[in-house]
Design a protein around this ligand. Structure first.
Ligand SMILES: NC(=O)c1ccc[n+]([C@@H]2O[C@H](COP(=O)([O-])OP(=O)(O)OC[C@H]3O[C@@H](n4cnc5c(N)ncnc54)[C@H](OP(=O)(O)O)[C@@H]3O)[C@@H](O)[C@H]2O)c1
Length: 209
């Protein structure tokens, strides 16, 4: 499957693309800065230019699935959280629909809530609105909700749950492996689940979703 990875230059997305290179799937990296192209050229991965704050219909051409792994990050203002994590995400869903790209995997977060009172409520609210929009579409979505992200090595052992609130850590490697594995798992379609580092082998865990 040709898979558009949005936010490709990011810490989780780059790991996701590296894993996909070793899989039957063909990643396409959406980047917003041409200087980021070289790392993908080295992997033989094609790039497309796109910024979630502007129209991105052109980036979907020929793709069969989307993995959304972008985010404005903690160092930008709250306005960017709305513009990228919420409205940019919704823009990508609309583009997917317009281009008949049915499969859509969202990297989300635990503790998203439109009524969040958390210290990062602007983020949890924005992500909740985006997730809610996705659930209301006709897309074949999967919403993957990690805990606090770490750069720990892959264990490929996780705990998955339909419980979306709580605390815990998720290594970006385990998360990347989860996002790629969902592409081959129809049982994850129209599902939303949390994934934390845990004890269960990843594929066994995903079979319980
Ligand atoms: N950090 C955590 O503990 C945590 C916990 C739960 C969930 N999450 C979610 O996981 C996501 C991925 O985390 P991460 O650490 O891998 O993220 P990251 O390294 O900050 O990567 C985010 C990517 O999004 C891209 N981006 C930002 N604005 C964009 C725009 N307007 N158009 C297109 N791309 C844009 C960035 O592009 P540039 O490279 O060009 O800047 C960057 O490559 C986060 O965004 C968050 O929603 C994070």
């Amino acid at each position: 499957m040709k898979v558009l990875v949005i936010g490709a230059n990011g810490n989780t997305a780059a790991r996701t693309i590296r894993r996909m290179v070793d899989s039957p799937h063909d990643p396409v990296a959406m980047i917003r800065d041409p200087s980021q192209r070289a790392r993908f050229d080295e992997m033989g991965v094609p790039t497309v230019m796109g910024d979630l704050e502007y129209p991105i219909d052109h980036v979907m051409q020929g793709c069969e699935a989307v993995i959304f792994a972008a985010g404005s990050g903690g160092k930008t203002g709250k306005d960017k959280t709305i513009l990228v994590d919420q409205l940019g995400a919704i823009r990508s869903m609309v583009s997917a629909q317009m281009n008949s790209v049915k499969r859509y995997i969202m990297l989300s977060s635990i503790n998203n809530d439109v009524n969040s009172t958390s210290p990062i409520k602007h983020y949890h609210k924005a992500k909740a609105h985006a997730d809610n929009h996705l659930v209301a579409t006709d897309l074949d979505y999967t919403i993957v909700c990690p805990g606090g992200l770490t750069d720990d090595e892959a264990t490929l052992r996780v705990a998955v749950s339909s419980e979306l609130h709580g605390s815990g850590r998720t290594s970006r490697e385990n998360l990347a492996a989860t996002l790629v594995a969902c592409l081959d798992r129809p049982n994850t379609i129209r599902k939303c689940f949390s994934v934390l580092d845990g004890d269960i082998e990843l594929h066994s865990a995903l079979s319980t979703i």
